[in-house]
Design a protein around this ligand. Structure first.
Ligand code: ZN
Length: 105
């Protein structure tokens, strides 16, 4: 997750502390439901999206269809293994969660 934040240059102190809070919450959550551990990457991504929405707006912004109004990527599946950042307009998978840097130009 930190890699994705860094990719967009939004890994400031506030963002990193948000991430740490989200990680510690999900760590607790994993203890309660060990079988859910495989879902943590996707859930963390959504936690961070929610937290950043309040702090600085939508993240991560879609760069696949630039000509359209700015919109954020969605995590797909919301609860599943191997989550991807997906453009909600085109349905295109942009990058695996954690690998956003490779998709940025
Ligand atoms: Zn898009």
């Amino acid at each position: 997750m930190l890699a994705d934040l860094t990719a967009d240059g939004v890994a400031g102190p506030e963002e990193v502390s948000l991430l740490e809070q989200a990680v510690s919450h999900r760590r607790w959550w994993c203890d309660q439901w060990p079988a859910g551990a495989v879902f943590v990457a996707g859930l963390l991504a959504q936690d961070i999206q929610d937290a950043l929405l309040e702090l600085r707006g939508r993240w991560p912004l879609c760069q696949v269809c630039d000509e359209m109004e700015p919109h954020a990527l969605d995590v797909d599946p919301e609860l599943g293994e191997d989550p991807y950042w997906v453009c909600p307009v085109t349905g295109e998978a942009v990058a695996a969660v954690g690998s956003l840097a490779g998709a940025r130009r």
